[in-house]
Design a protein around this ligand. Structure first.
Ligand code: SPV
Ligand code: MN
Length: 626
């Protein structure tokens, strides 16, 4: 018997060994054997697609105190360490082989040194613990979009989260036979103290693009550990680039237009900028809220949600702004809360939930009472600003019926959004695909949020909201996006949205609910139902179309003054944005396609011509009929 099978036979119970060997995939067996040798677990559990196996993982999460049951059946709460509350961008790196280049914007480490370092942290990391071997599928099962994945982890919380977020993959693994084209993830939370990762200084997330492999260690926060989420996105961007499809940080929503028409939109927004709430807009249907793959099929762009659950920000989920999620979070069903406040009755509370918060309880800092401060003297909020919930989309009443369609859904429009207080109008359509990719997507900026470690509120460049996850040079990524529509007769329309425009006093110009109108206007545009006003940067709505949408869908009166204030073209701010972003491309992105600079120059020229004619701030009414 070859060494690998011998080792597996020694370390696994007969049942678990059979489960693994039934999948006749030598590359997968090698990966498992190597992980066992390295991490040295006390036992190994192989999870199949059976409900009983998922139940075992849920129970293990409780037994190990990684999750605690809450007062509603099916609800549990998990805490990450006090300093382990978001994605660690600094310690997430590509393992770079000699002679390969990713460009200065991508964080990398020389491969042999990086492998040695991360494996030294993984060495014997699972002593005394159970290793969980899980199989999941990215994308709908049995589809051109599907990618089989194996996750090895010692965290039942990670495995439990994945069982909610992804489709089962054991049967899918049988279908791929001996192929090596699967993604593999090895995670250990490392040494624990009070059930959370102790050695945060040794937190590492290292990505081996050649091996379709990601190592993650000494961390529990989902964005660092749930392999199929942002770690797989990095592997998929590289694979899509080789195979001619796109892997994007995008929601997918079915927008419901007149006469029962449904038009699907994908949307890329940086974390915590209204992405989930756009995918959950009242009256529309959700396909996904975070990651989409786009492929061309028969001359059309189609896409899938690679997930089937939501790992969403819980802050501000309340009956008014997110009624469907609030309902799911307050009724029986499978939900994992993370980093919220738990009271003595095992009830979860979070910032912005719309009711008064208790003054004491348990949160990510341990025992908490109002006014508690951390070692730096900063007040600790009741729940963390990046606290999350994890639930199944099919459990929601607004789940789109095509969520699992192996052919994906037809993409009518693509939306780019960001947190921008002073530049872009609430919604605008790009003149064409290339200009949309360049001026809406590649020029995307956003003010930072609590979803990553570091200061909040700083304006940062984030092309296609995908910068954190790019695994190919930026110029190549832009080129791929441009070329994607080359052989498509009617590519999706591209829009920008901005929900965060403020007046001079710093108050938001729009209500949270207004985004529904912007999306429904885009739906009408995709279907050629309404005209638009031409601006130097694209097409914006006509006042009367918005007034009707506000009246019909939000039952509010939208005034001409609102329209002028929100849709004024802000020439100095738009020019400054072009300058800022162009500087980044000139200085930091050596492979920027020339068409990006040419398009910036063209748009700058149009802005300046409009400025000469109308001044710095142009009312949309001044642009009509010209
Ligand atoms: C995001 O931050 O974009 C998320 C959550 O969707 S994470 O898993 O942290 O990436
Ligand atoms: Mn995300």
């Amino acid at each position: 018997m070859p060494d690998v099978k011998k080792l597996l036979k020694e370390k696994l119970t007969p049942q678990n060994y059979d489960r693994l060997i039934t999948l006749d995939n030598p590359g997968m067996h090698d990966f498992v054997a190597d992980a066992i040798k390295l991490c040295n677990p006390a036992s190994v559990f192989v999870c199949t697609d059976l409900e009983a196996d998922r139940a075992y993982i849920r129970e293990l999460a409780i037994r190990t105190s990684e999750e605690r049951p809450l007062n509603i059946p099916g609800h549990t709460c998990h805490f990450d360490g006090y300093n382990d509350q978001a994605r660690d961008k600094a310690q997430t790196k590509y393992l770079l082989p000699p002679d390969s280049k990713l460009g200065a914007s991508l964080n990398s480490i020389e491969k042999s040194a990086g492998v040695e370092e991360v494996r030294s942290f993984l060495k014997d990391s699972m002593v005394g613990r159970e290793m969980l071997i899980c199989f999941w599928c990215l994308g709908p099962i049995d589809s051109d979009f599907s990618i089989a994945c194996i996750q090895i982890t010692d965290s039942p919380y990670v495995a439990h989260s994945e069982s909610i977020l992804y489709r089962p993959g054991y049967e899918q693994f049988k279908k791929i036979g001996t192929s090596s084209g699967f993604f593999r993830f090895l995670h250990s939370e490392g040494e624990l103290e009070n059930f959370v990762s102790k050695n945060i200084d040794n937190r590492r997330v290292y990505i081996d693009l050649e091996g379709d492999l990601v190592y993650s260690v000494n961390t529990q926060y989902g964005g660092n550990t749930i392999g199929l989420k942002k770690l797989a996105l990095r592997l998929a961007i590289q694979r899509g680039s080789k195979e001619g499809w796109l892997a994007e940080h995008m929601f997918v929503v079915g927008a419901h237009g007149p006469r029962g028409r449904v038009t699907y939109f994908t949307g890329a927004f940086p974390s915590a900028c209204g992405k989930t709430s756009t995918s959950m807009l009242p009256g529309q249907t959700i396909v996904g809220d975070d990651i989409a793959y786009l492929r061309k099929k028969k001359g059309q762009v189609r896409c899938v949600n690679v997930e089937k659950g939501i790992f969403g920000i819980i802050r501000d989920v309340n009956t008014e702004d997110d009624p469907i999620i609030y309902e799911a979070l307050t009724n029986p069903g499978e939900v994992i809360f993370s980093n919220v406040l738990i009271d003595e009755n095992r009830k979860p509370h979070w910032l912005g939930m719309g009711s008064e918060l208790p003054t004491e309880g348990t949160n990510h800092s341990g025992k908490w009472q109002k006014g508690k401060t951390d070692v730096d003297g900063n007040e600790i909020t009741a729940s963390h600003r990046n606290a999350r919930y994890c639930l199944n989309i099919p459990d929601l009443s607004n789940c789109d019926p095509l969520i699992d369609d192996p052919n994906g859904v037809l993409v009518g429009g693509v939306i780019y959004g960001g947190r921008d207080s002073d530049t872009l109008v609430p919604v605008e359509q790009a003149f064409n695909w290339a200009e949309g990719i360049i001026i809406k997507g590649a020029a995307l900026e956003s003010e930072t949020t609590a979803a990553t470690l570091g200061k909040e509120g700083v304006r940062t460049f984030n092309l296609m909201s995908n910068l954190d996850f790019l695994s190919i040079p930026l110029g190549r990524y832009i080129r791929n996006n441009l070329d994607f529509a080359n052989d498509i007769d009617n590519p999706p329309l591209i829009f920008s949205v901005n929900y965060f425009l403020k007046d001079k006093d710093g108050s938001y110009l729009n209500g949270m609910g207004d985004k529904k109108v912007w999306i429904l206007w885009a739906e009408l545009r995709v279907n050629g139902d309404v005209d638009a006003v031409k601006t130097p940067t694209g097409f914006i709505p006509k006042y009367e179309d918005l007034a009707k949408l506000f009246k019909d869908h939000l039952h509010t009166q939208y005034t001409q003054a609102d329209f002028i204030q929100q849709f004024a073209i802000r020439i100095p701010e738009n020019l400054a944005k072009l300058d800022r972003v162009e500087k980044i491309y000139r200085e930091r992105v050596s492979d920027t396609p020339q068409i990006l600079f040419d398009t910036f120059a063209e748009v700058r020229k149009r802005l300046k011509q409009a400025q000469d004619k109308h001044g710095d701030y142009i009312s949309p009414f001044d642009l009509i009929n010209r």
